[in-house]
Write a protein that binds this ligand. Structure first.
Ligand code: HEM
Length: 447
């Protein structure tokens, strides 16, 4: 049987927010949105912009041509690959434009994005404003952003999103049933469908109030935020899922190890309903699945573009270089997850899918345990600090549930799509270059 994974947009608004268990990618909607927003771009979202003297950046390593032009102009959809090559050549800090600097080392990345950061988002984010109005994703003013985020954050908390587990499981079962031809599998899905929908994310956002003022969002703001969530949620999750399925399916030994673990947790199709009922069991009972997902986050983060931030008034020091106020700095998560050889190994090992790097063995030395701890804290596919992804718990749970369900009952026999077409690419949200991943699976239910 040949499965071509594809994107389906649910029809009603509530399920759009909820149904994110879809494979493959389409960037057309996002691009259209970006174009429309650009037409209505307004300056009101802007912070004070400090003029930078480019000469002050001359001591920062990088190709001379980028003192005058800009690395981004060399292919906006593959910028992260260019940045990776530059960091491998020049080190942790690279000048990538007249007033632009890219970083890739642990301390610099943390200094820019950590919790109490004063490095604000730059006017690049105004590309995404609609009629001059921002949403949580692109509001640059620190106080406005904190206020808006505070209103909805409860609905996205770990405990709130875990309530969505039954809904996500139902969607995962639908997917497996679509692959299966047996009526038995279809019955299992129909049984699950009798459950009430417990996810209610949209309802929670509608009634959410600012704890400080007691006010809810007005209707227009609510609609804009909801649309923002759809854009932020769909292709990111879909592409990550596609990449995970692709990475796992390309290695027979990875699938075998994963399947062994899943078979123990879910002994049969009949046992599926009663297995892994609690969200935390996916994390505690399935360490190899967790490692496969971490390795996908590392290699193929859905947002690979450098996330630009403006250096605050006092300037800063990054990897021993003084960087003046107003300079645009940032990291590409994609580069951050591959560059440092001490953490990720030499480039050929860093660029390959090796889930076992995330598993601590009983023989691990103290140094190895410390390294693993650092790797975990540097693995930030959802970014970090006050601008970290709001939907990370939802996305993470979806990945665990869908991959566990798929690979428990299906074995990949052939990945049709060439490796080259699966290379990460995208203007803002990154996904497979070819836009899809074609894989042949066979059912393993009876084994
Ligand atoms: C695997 C899936 C996902 C990945 C890899 C991802 C990644 C990210 C990253 C890296 C950022 C920071 C962007 C920046 O600084 O410019 C971000 C922000 C955001 N994401 Fe996600 N995301 C995912 C899924 C979701 C989902 C499911 C939702 C909502 C249901 C969501 C909502 C948001 C929002 C609202 C922001 C803006 C947060 C803020 O600025 O305060 N994301 N995401």
């Amino acid at each position: 049987m040949s499965l071509q994974v594809h994107l389906r947009f649910p029809t009603d608004f509530r399920s759009v927010l909820q149904a994110l268990v879809l494979l493959s990618a389409s960037t057309a909607i996002v691009l259209l949105y970006q174009w429309q927003s650009h037409v209505h771009r307004k300056k009101s979202n802007a912070e004070t912009v400090v003029a930078v003297d480019p000469v002050e950046l001359n001591s920062i390593p990088g190709p001379l041509e980028f003192r005058e032009s800009h690395v981004f102009k060399k292919g906006p959809t593959t910028e992260h690959w260019n940045l990776l090559a530059l960091h491998r050549q020049y080190g942790p800090v690279v000048r990538i434009g007249p007033t632009h600097v890219s970083v890739a080392d642990f301390d610099s990345v943390n200094a820019i994005y950590r919790q109490a950061t004063t490095f604000l988002k730059t006017d690049w984010y105004d590309l995404f404003t609609e009629k001059g109005k921002g949403v949580i994703f692109n509001i640059r003013n620190k106080e406005l952003h904190a206020k808006r985020r505070r209103i909805v954050s409860h609905g996205f908390s770990l405990s709130s999103t875990r309530v969505m587990l039954p809904f996500i499981r139902t969607k995962a079962l639908h997917m497996v049933a679509q692959l299966a031809e047996s009526s038995e599998a279809q019955d299992a899905v129909d049984d699950e469908n009798r459950e009430d929908d417990p996810s209610e994310l949209l309802s929670r956002i509608i009634i959410a109030k600012d704890p400080a003022t007691g006010h809810a969002m007005d209707f227009q703001t609510l609609c804009m935020e909801a649309r923002g969530f759809i854009l932020a949620a769909s292709d990111t999750t879909a592409n990550t899922l596609t990449m995970a399925v692709n990475h796992i399916s390309r290695s027979q030994s990875v699938w075998t190890q994963l399947h062994r673990e899943l078979k123990e947790a879910i002994p049969s199709m009949e046992a599926l309903q009663d297995s892994l009922q609690d969200a935390s069991s996916y994390y505690t009972q399935l360490p190899f699945l967790v490692a496969c997902i971490k390795e996908t986050y590392r290699l193929s983060p859905a947002i690979a573009k450098l996330l630009p931030r403006q250096v605050p008034n006092r300037g800063c020091s990054l990897a021993g270089h003084h960087v003046p106020a107003g300079t645009i700095v940032g990291t590409s998560i994609f580069v951050q997850h591959r560059w440092d050889e001490d953490l990720w190994g030499p480039s050929d090992y860093a660029d390959e899918f090796h889930p076992e790097r995330w598993l601590e063995s009983s023989q691990s030395s103290e140094a190895e345990v410390a390294k693993l701890k650092k790797m975990n804290s540097f693995l930030t596919p959802f970014s970090q600090g006050t601008r970290a992804c709001l939907g990370r718990h939802i996305a993470d749970m979806e990945l665990h549930v869908v991959l566990a369900t798929l690979f428990r009952f299906y074995q990949p026999v052939h990945v049709v799509t060439p490796v080259e077409e699966m290379k990460e690419q995208g203007f803002f949200i990154s996904g497979p270059r070819g836009g899809k991943c074609l894989i042949q699976f066979k059912s393993v239910e009876l084994q």
